[in-house]
Write a protein that binds this ligand. Structure first.
Ligand SMILES: [Zn+2]
Length: 190
């Protein structure tokens, strides 16, 4: 599907990413939400229960899928995942692309998915975030790098209750990650 929207980060989202994913060793990550119509990302949830190793970020889908209905109810849609990579792995891996295809399958109304890759700050190295957008055409995932854009804006924080059990069946917007979708698989790229 053709992407007509340019994703933009609010300052607070950018700042939250810098203070969490950007300050921790690779790999860590979190969820990005906002308005799919405008492309503005106004909410970041740092995924502190993600399963991380030095080469893999596996989202805590349980918590995220519990959060999403609450965010959706407040006008915030799932827009992407930000995660950090070991230094010099500056773009999404084959595993990341594979996971995007699962996200698209689970969210048929999603036309693009934002997957910024963070190079965290360590001793002598500065924090860096490269923004990538995945789109799907047929079965193929296309990933392109776009400029990082930050908007000066103030947005109220959504009200969230993580201990709350959803009454209805939770929407499984975020599919669980299987072994094949980890960053460890980098050799299968065509
Ligand atoms: Zn990755």
């Amino acid at each position: 599907m053709k992407r007509k929207i340019t994703p933009v980060f609010s300052i607070s989202v950018f700042e939250s990413i810098r203070q969490t994913v950007g300050s921790l060793p690779a790999e860590s990550g979190g969820m990005l939400c906002g308005c799919r119509k405008t492309g503005v990302i106004t909410f970041f949830h740092f995924d502190k229960h993600a399963t991380c190793s030095s080469a893999t970020y596996v989202p805590d889908t349980n918590t995220l899928n519990k959060l999403l209905p609450q965010l959706n109810a407040q006008g915030l849609d799932l827009m992407g995942f930000v995660h950090s990579h070991p230094h010099q792995c500056t773009s999404p891996s084959t595993g990341d692309e594979f996971y995007c295809s699962k996200i698209f399958s689970a969210n048929p109304d999603l036309s693009f998915f934002i997957i910024p890759i963070v190079d965290p700050m360590v001793q002598d190295r500065q924090f860096c975030m490269r923004v990538f957008v995945a789109t799907q055409k047929g079965k193929k995932i296309k990933v392109e790098r776009i400029p990082l854009q930050i908007l000066e804006m103030e947005t109220p924080a959504p009200e969230l209750n993580l201990s709350q059990e959803p009454n209805a069946t939770p929407a499984a917007d975020i599919p669980p990650v299987v072994a094949e979708s980890t960053d460890e698989i980098r050799t299968t790229k065509e």
